[in-house]
Design a protein around this ligand. Structure first.
Ligand code: NAP
Length: 477
């Protein structure tokens, strides 16, 4: 086990280790210190890489069944510790308990998918005699683990987004160095405890905690690390891509996701889903609904119902059972978006609801008909704020969605099957969700973006492809 109540340890080489320096981890909502967290210095990170290198050899020898059993056990242990993990999320992340339990349930499912995926990693035979010079040859491919994978993760889903990296990496027989976000190290340490108890070979998972800007480069540039899998902001993602040389890199970055509401059968149900998508976890979701484009025929009704529903949200302590929405990850983030709101107000744009801030808590905010050039339209908000805009024609709606530097997922509500297919064809995103919000995700589906939303795909099977190398064998018969 990692430690006593609040002084934590690093997990390196399968051992819990003290550090030379610690920082106070504060709860974003209460401001109270919840743990003393060790900072990994350069030596500790290099030690982690050394252990991971040794463990990679052992991981490669494990059978598919052995890797699968470890992951099954991880899922079982998360089930046992669900409430404890949910509470950690409420404390270190200000994620309301209801949503926190939802994240742990998904985490369990992700590890279960990884346990299953471990058993079906395979290559294929190649029809060599289809080529003039291929006669008399037999060839097959196999997938091999890469070796060491560095996983750098964000604060917003610190259990499930870590699972999206550890699950497939271990399923494929790799070892991992995990660098969690500095605000959410406790979830990473619990994850390490669980992997340890599940019987993962020592050194196959190492957790190094420290500012990304300080220790990140060691992971990104060390030649022993074969892949960097990153989820986070565009700015950091671009830096990783620029510095990582020939390493494989997966980047799951941000977005300002949009939904088109063109024609609907049940407007109340659609409004409910859109409110949920806009304000779940205070909008700190990479596929949060940030822009809604509503057909002018139903715009007024949609907006009025949306405001009514938003006003019912309960704002407050993440540890209270009834809370829907709590603090942002820190006050600076709330202040950043408050400025956007002020700018929109000054430009004469109507703030229909919310717009005020109390410390790190930003009230759920609705902006009516924002200009495409305003920050709320064209930058990633990552906060409880949404712009609701009317449009006249279908083509205009598609153009507005595509008028973005990002392209993660988009949602389209339409009762017309031709329009649904047209949207799939023309929207510049990684995933089009028909008759639901862009925030829809289950953990086995391919997930990732185009444009500034990143490169590569997650979703366990797809991550396994990214985290393995294809090897070819040709036999001369
Ligand atoms: P972030 O600031 O980019 O941080 C993400 C991770 O990168 C953290 O562990 C951070 O460490 C680390 N980091 C920071 N600077 C680094 C550097 N120079 N080199 C290496 N690592 C570095 O993002 P965040 O604020 O945690 O998360 C929010 C962002 O993540 C949003 O843009 C959101 O859209 C995106 N996101 C995308 C997805 C997706 O699947 N597409 C999912 C969730 C979130 P520190 O915490 O120590 O700074």
């Amino acid at each position: 086990m990692s430690t006593s109540a609040d002084k934590k340890k690093l997990f390196i080489g399968g051992e819990w280790q003290e550090a030379n320096a610690y920082y106070d981890l504060k709860s974003p909502y209460s401001g109270k210190v919840i743990a003393q967290v060790p900072l990994a210095e350069k030596e500790a990170v290099l030690k982690g890489i050394e252990y991971a290198e040794q463990a990679a050899k052992e991981m490669k020898k494990l059978t598919a069944l052995e890797r699968s059993k470890i992951l099954e056990r991880v899922a079982e242990l998360f089930e046992k510790r669900l409430e404890e993990c949910a509470l950690i999320l409420a404390k270190e992340n200000a994620k309301p308990l209801k949503a926190a339990r939802g994240e742990i349930a998904r985490t369990i499912e992700t590890y279960k998918f990884a346990a299953e995926e471990a058993k079906r990693i395979h290559g294929e035979t190649i029809p060599m005699d289809a080529a003039k010079n291929g006669k008399g040859r037999f060839a097959f491919t196999k997938r091999e683990p890469l070796g060491i994978i560095a996983a750098i993760t964000p604060f917003n889903f610190p259990f499930n987004l870590v699972a999206h990296k550890l699950g497939p990496a271990i399923a494929a027989g790799n070892s991992v160095i995990l660098k969690p976000a500095s605000q959410t190290p406790l979830s990473a340490l619990i994850t390490a405890e669980i992997f340890e108890e599940a019987g993962l070979p020592k050194g196959a998972l190492n957790v190094v905690i420290g500012k990304g800007s300080v220790i990140g480069d060691i992971l990104i540039t060390d030649p022993r690390i074969k892949m960097v899998t990153f989820t986070g902001s565009v700015e950091v993602g671009l830096g990783i891509k620029a510095k990582s040389g020939l390493k494989k890199v997966t980047l799951e970055l941000g977005s300002n996701s949009a939904v088109i509401v063109d024609s609907v059968n049940d407007i109340d149900a659609v409004v409910s889903r859109c409110v949920e998508g806009s304000f779940a976890f205070a909008g700190q979701v990479c596929i949060s609904v940030q822009r809604i484009y509503v057909n002018e025929n139903i715009f007024d009704e949609f907006l009025q119902k949306f405001v009514e529903k938003t006003k019912q949200l309960k704002i407050g302590d993440p540890e209270a059972e009834s809370t829907d929405l709590s603090a942002l990850i820190n006050q600076k983030e709330a202040e950043r978006v408050e400025k956007w709101i002020d700018e929109a107000r000054k430009a004469g744009t109507e703030i229909v609801c919310g717009g005020s801030r109390d410390g790190a808590v930003l009230m759920p905010t609705i902006i009516k008909n924002a200009e495409p050039t305003q920050a709320i339209s064209c930058q990633e908000a990552f906060a409880p704020i949404v712009s609701i805009n009317s449009y006249q024609t279908w083509d205009e709606a598609l153009d507005l969605v595509n008028d973005s530097e990002y392209g993660l997922q988009a949602g389209v509500y339409t009762t017309c099957v031709q329009k649904a297919f047209d949207a799939v064809e023309r929207l510049e995103v990684g995933g089009v969700i028909v008759n639901d919000i862009p925030s829809f995700r289950v953990d086995q589906m391919p997930y990732g973006g185009v444009k500034n939303s990143g490169t590569g795909r997650e979703g366990v099977k797809y991550s396994v492809e990214e985290m393995t190398e294809l090897k070819l064998a040709v036999f001369t018969l």
